[in-house]
Design a protein around this ligand. Sequence first.
Ligand code: SAM
Length: 228
Amino acid sequence: MANYSPGIRDNSGQLLSHLYNYLLSVSLRESQILTQLRQETAQQPMSGMQISPYQGQFMALLLRLMGAKKVLEIGTFTGYSALWMALALPSDGTLTACDMNEEYGAIAHRYWQTAGVADKITLHLAPALDTLDNLLATGQADTFDFVFIDADKVNYGHYYEKSLDLLRPGGLIAIDNVLWSGAVADPTITDPDTLALRHLNQALHQDDRIELSLLPIADGLTLALKRF
Ligand SMILES: C[S@@+](CC[C@H](N)C(=O)[O-])C[C@H]1O[C@@H](n2cnc3c(N)ncnc32)[C@H](O)[C@@H]1O
């Protein structure tokens, strides 16, 4: 296959590092508190789970574009993506965050407090499927403006269905890691995470409840807009 971006990406499709650094140098507007959280998260053994700063800035832009007020995040880790989003919300905006790990949650809370957005965010430390079921059971279907899915991949199909129920018509779901470092396009790779992502990508392609865009940024980001 021809290289679709000669001189921009390496053979694995990654942006060349000097260009990535250039991109950040001319576009990233990361506040000091976000930088500090990113630096602390980099000390974590699982730091690779955090989204990249330019993806955070992109999602913040999406929220501002939509005038989003009510956001759901499935998979919060140390709170970096949530912090980008909370900073983009108006003062009466809310972010419902889902994770299961108390240690990560404690780091997140510390930074959310310092950034002055802790009162916008409610972190539910429980299996995300339970949290989503509770949101649906408490009458919150059709109320969220934006959902970010970034937790365990095997449950992505369930997260997508429940998120679609929770989303208002015209609301947006962003789904992270949909290219899974390229594994989804290699049929010889059949581990449960890859199968789940491949299945979801195929299902969304046929799903007429949404407008669809799969962007090859970071590890692949799908945007699904709930049709009216
Ligand atoms: C990829 S990380 C999230 C990264 C975060 N969005 C960021 O950019 O900083 C995935 C998170 O999902 C959490 N997680 C995994 N399985 C979960 C489940 N069943 N319910 C809730 N959280 C889960 C993990 O504890 C982990 O913190």
